[in-house]
Write a protein that binds this ligand. Structure first.
Ligand code: GTP
Ligand code: MG
Length: 258
């Protein structure tokens, strides 16, 4: 993990999501502007990244195009985490002990969750929905705990990756698929049929609200997170692909939250 006095004050973003979704590939692209072979991650890794000067940030959008301060690269820390189910505590630990955390990028493989087989359901979609459910529930608890330290507002980007593959679901369909599968995860969890994979009880953040989103029995959708100051955005892109990467929407999201 990156540790230095100067970098500890940098804004940071956390990369989470199922194994194989492309988190380490994105980290490599953002850090070095290139592609390198990745292997499944077994430990978290934090790197320093510079936002492209062409990306508008929240603080620069009212400045004139000629303002010299626009030419300075905005720097931030990007923390990659392993997607494997048994290693997700790294991701959840980073949420609980945020170091100037500005946002969370939840990456999914949009081609992997598209292969829905009727009846039995889709394992990859279920895995992604379960992970995202647990993450959002953790953020909801975090907000409700009202810690005096730091703001509770924390945006989440659901990055629908691998859109270069023709089997990939477009971002709006990824959104709909995740919302409806999270609805299923939520109802199974409350019926006690499904244990939280992450041992939510071990996390000392209170347990006053176990139900994700609003109290109703209806469908879950991401706008229900607005109430706890967690705004969820779904945007598509690809880290690799024959026509090169397309990560502009993700840069823009980082820029607007930095
Ligand atoms: P874990 O470390 O196991 O959690 O996985 P990860 O999310 O870090 O995935 P990783 O970056 O290692 O990528 C998994 C595989 O997907 C690699 O073979 C990548 O080359 C491939 N991959 C990543 N992004 C893309 C993409 O946009 N398009 C395509 N076609 N393949 C991609
Ligand atoms: Mg990885």
């Amino acid at each position: 993990i990156y540790r230095s006095a100067s970098s500890s004050t940098l804004p940071s973003f956390l990369l989470v999501g199922p194994s194989g979704s492309g988190k380490t590939s994105l980290l490599t692209l953002f850090e070095r502007g290139g592609h390198a072979e990745t292997r499944t991650s077994q430990a978290p890794l934090t790197v320093e990244v510079s936002l492209p000067v062409t990306t508008t940030t929240a603080s620069s959008q009212y400045r004139s195009a000629n303002d010299p301060s626009n030419q300075i690269h905005k720097k931030f820390l990007l923390a990659d985490t392993p997607g494997h189910g048994k290693l997700r505590h790294h991701a959840f630990d980073s949420v609980i002990k945020p170091q100037n955390l500005k946002g969370i990028i939840f990456m999914v493989d949009a081609a992997d969750i598209s292969t829905s087989s009727s009846g039995t359901g889709n394992e990859a979609l279920w895995q992604a929905a379960e992970y995202l459910h647990d993450l959002l529930l953790l953020l909801q608890k975090r907000a409700n705990t009202k810690s005096p330290r730091g703001p509770t507002e924390l945006p989440v980007l659901v990055a629908a990756n691998k859109l270069d593959l023709f089997t990939a679901l477009p971002a709006p369909l990824v959104k709909a698929a995740l919302e409806s599968e999270i609805t299923n995860v939520r109802s199974l969890r409350t019926k006690g049929l499904l244990d939280s994979g992450i041992g939510m009880n071990d996390l000392d953040i209170g347990d006053e609200k176990e139900w994700l989103g609003d109290g109703g029995e209806g469908k879950f959708d991401f706008t229900q997170m607005d109430e706890v100051n967690v705004s969820v955005t779904v945007a598509g892109g690809n880290v690799l692909g024959a026509d090169g990467p397309d990560v502009k929407q993700w840069w823009d999201w980082i820029g607007s939250n930095i």
